[in-house]
Design a protein. Sequence first.
Length: 153
Amino acid sequence: MNLLTTTFKFLNLIGGFAVVGSLLSMAFLVINKDGFLTTSGEKLRGLLKLSSVVWVIGAFGTIIFTLAQILGTTLSDALDLTVIRSFVTQISLGKYLAFQALMAAVVFIFSFATKKIESLVILLALSIAGLVAPVFESHAASSGSHSLGGTCL
């Protein structure tokens, strides 16, 4: 189970970073004509589509395998829709992972049709927000006796 969790987290991160890189390139680095993509931007669309597919698979897989790992159950128990719904609506980590998966799906859907630079910039902002969302679930190292707890290990 740990190997699959790590694999999907890797796919999630590599897909998300490739999406951000593709969108950055399409929006700011390639030549555009009157605010629309040119041939070089359209060539990058293939990379955007592929990386967004990887990100969607990684994001949804991360939800399922993280849930299974947290619960200490098998994959079939973690695939129960009630358990998944409770995880993504009631637990902060689940909410952030669901937001990330939603942003990955939005980028995937709009990667097929977006041709204007302004739309690409909006997708870029959404993808960055989705990519960093789970970071806000972490605990802060500024709480009292945090360093003491770390040195006792």
